[in-house]
Design a protein around this ligand. Structure first.
Ligand code: LR7
Ligand code: MN
Length: 591
């Protein structure tokens, strides 16, 4: 309460709109203690001088009026605690329209305070954690890159960082403008930072041309001076207390690369939501080079219990990969371990490159459960890719050439289009980096860091296309993945092995693709459909098959894969086994 009184005292009430504490019509909902302390650190006189200077500047600035309109538009309390907000009437119509265009409700964002709170979603155990005094923690440079992000969303990301990361630990925020052409992000943003954010911690680095997010991050990292780099996307809002656990861990272990738990901010109603504090997922990957989320395996839980002195639930959790946008890393280690491949353009692929590199070259990637940051997930990219190229694919191929060794064949099986892509370019300098750092190979990574990852041609009896011996039909998953069960199809076999026809018959007698396992749908009368369901870790009996005399026999039902009763392409079926049947003979083969 005392803090609050002092805080009110230094606010000259008449010049409200120019003071950082009064960025909007209402008072910022939960002004954080350290922010109040920070303001107390200034002398009262200095404060008044600043304000006077700003009024002078403001009257001459074309941006001031616009900024004040923005602040008037904001409604105190709206969306606080990360609550969903639903617009009505004309505002809703405007919101829907802009949402369709940029996959984000900018109309609503403009009505939410820059300082709205998102609630405290941490595991209660986190509240009992002791961290070193902030003045003794490594300092952080937060690097936020942006390309044509909605202005209000970017500004909120900045305020959220200032409000939630302890001011002694936060050395600076570096905004890197990756050649945006959205006018608001130019002079108006400069003016906003100059006049509204008085602590001098925010720098804007303007790139002349759009360099893509990888080179933009490199540019930010080059001018950073803090001990630790923390990268954020330009549409994040952080939970309370997210910085200290990251900085503390890096203080103890400088080659640990850390990710917070990434919560979801809805792009339409701005609700901040979590999967609860009890469990969270870590990063995985698919053989087509895409990142995915996976549950924390029991193996890792055991390691945590063994190696960590805190309650297991809040211990660092090893993560095979990271999503890429939100992470913290010792600044010097970032450069030592090869920063980024600066020949990666646009968007995509850099996160798996960094993930494999960190693990193979001696570091670790860890999710820090007491650190949570919300990110706005958008349904589509609101921007075009440079020269309309598939930069994700091209960058991922560069990554694979350097880090995946012989496993690159599985990648190219999944992405044949990339095998001879002319834009991949030369990767010699990255291969030399790998040699210089004496990094381990990909086989080591799979065995030790990600043993749960299914490898289509390892520990299998057979793999390739599952082809009928007497016809030209092949099992085909139509490129579907494991989220929901789906019918397995039978289609004419491709000339070469194609991804949708790539199956494995494993040592454990499971017939599967990367994520889904074949089983038979329960039914007392035909058709007995073959469906693909998410594979069980324990190799559920219902998913097992026998492969003998060219027949594929489903163990549980005792029936055989058979195309005689097939009505459409997407309903592979089983029928009672008969050794004389011409439609039950299958070969599993690869080129
Ligand atoms: O050309 C560009 N230049 C940029 O500066 C394109 C984008 N950007 C900026 C952009 O403004 C944003 O701040 O780069 C940032 C990331 O772009 P997003 O938000 O469009 O990407 P994303 O969130 O869809 O994608 C994820 O994967 C990317 C792969 O390159 C990056 O690593 C993103 O940082 C990453 N985001 C996250 O990890 C957040 C969690 C999402 C998940 C899973
Ligand atoms: Mn993003």
């Amino acid at each position: 309460a005392l803090c609050f009184v002092l805080y009110l005292k230094v606010q000259p009430a008449t010049e409200d709109y120019l003071l950082p504490s009064k960025l909007q019509a209402g008072r910022p909902p939960a002004y954080r203690t350290h922010e109040r302390e920070r303001e107390r650190e200034r002398s009262h006189d200095k404060y008044v001088d600043d304000a006077e200077n700003e009024i002078r500047a403001a009257t001459q600035s074309p941006y001031e009026y616009s900024i004040q309109l923005d602040l008037q538009k904001q409604q105190s309390g709206l969306g606080d605690d990360g609550a969903a907000v639903h617009l009505a009437g004309a505002a809703k119509t405007r919101g829907d329209k802009i949402y369709k265009k940029i996959a984000l409700n900018e109309e609503l964002s403009e009505q939410l305070s820059y300082n709205r709170t998102v609630g405290d979603h941490r595991n209660p155990l986190c509240l009992q954690q002791q961290y070193d005094d902030p003045s003794t923690l490594p300092t952080a440079s937060v690097v936020i890159i942006f390309y044509n992000e909605p202005y209000s969303v970017l500004v909120r990301t900045v305020h959220s960082t200032l409000n939630t990361c302890h001011h002694q630990a936060l050395k600076e925020i570096i905004l890197v403008d990756d050649g945006s052409d959205n006018a608001e992000l130019g002079g108006k943003l400069d003016h906003y930072v100059r006049t509204r954010i008085h602590n001098g911690k925010v720098t804007i680095l303007r790139l002349k041309n759009r360099l893509g997010l990888i080179r933009a991050r490199l540019a930010g990292a080059r001018i950073a001076t803090g001990d630790v780099l923390i990268f954020l996307d330009a549409h994040c809002e952080a939970n309370v207390g997210w910085c200290e656990p990251l900085l503390q861990r890096i203080k103890e272990s400088r080659t640990s690369v850390l990710v917070p738990i990434i919560d979801v901010i809805d792009a339409n109603d701005f609700q901040y939501s979590t999967n609860g504090y009890k469990s969270f997922q870590v990063g995985g990957f698919q053989w087509n080079g895409h990142f995915d989320w996976v549950n924390l395996p029991d193996r890792e839980k055991k390691r945590q219990s063994r190696e960590c002195k805190h309650p297991r639930e809040i211990c660092p959790a090893y993560s095979p990969t990271m999503a890429g946008g939100l992470f913290a890393m010792d600044r010097r280690y970032f450069w030592e371990v090869g920063s980024y491949d600066e020949q990666m353009d646009g968007w995509g692929g850099e996160n798996l490159e960094m993930s494999f590199r960190i693990w193979q070259c001696g570091g670790t990637i860890e999710t820090i459960p007491c650190s949570r940051v919300g990110h706005i997930f958008r349904d589509f990219h609101p921007y075009k890719f440079p020269n309309d190229r598939d930069t994700h694919g091209i960058n991922t191929a560069r990554m694979a050439l350097v880090w995946m060794d012989e496993y690159i064949n599985i990648f190219f099986l999944n992405r044949p289009d990339l095998k001879f892509h002319p834009d991949i370019g030369d990767v010699t300098h990255r291969v030399m980096l790998r040699k210089k750092l004496r990094c381990k190979n990909f086989d080591w990574y799979l065995k030790n860091i990600y043993p749960e990852k299914f490898v289509p041609n390892k520990n299998v009896n057979a793999w390739g296309k599952v082809k009928s011996v007497n016809g030209n039909l092949c099992l085909d998953d139509l490129l579907q993945n494991n989220e929901k069960p789906f019918n397995l199809g039978l289609y004419p076999c491709g000339k070469v092995l194609q991804k949708s026809q790539l199956f494995s018959f494993t040592d454990k007698r499971v017939l599967r693709n990367e994520l889904s396992c074949a089983t038979v749908q329960h039914s007392t009368t035909p058709p007995h459909r073959v469906v693909m369901v998410p594979c069980m870790d324990n190799d559920d009996y219902n998913e097992q098959w026998k492969y003998q005399n060219h027949q594929l026999i489903h163990s549980n039902t005792g029936m055989c894969l058979d195309y005689s009763g097939q009505k459409s392409m997407d309903d592979a079926q089983v029928a009672p086994c008969s050794l004389s049947s011409e439609t039950q003979r299958w070969a599993i083969e690869h080129d």
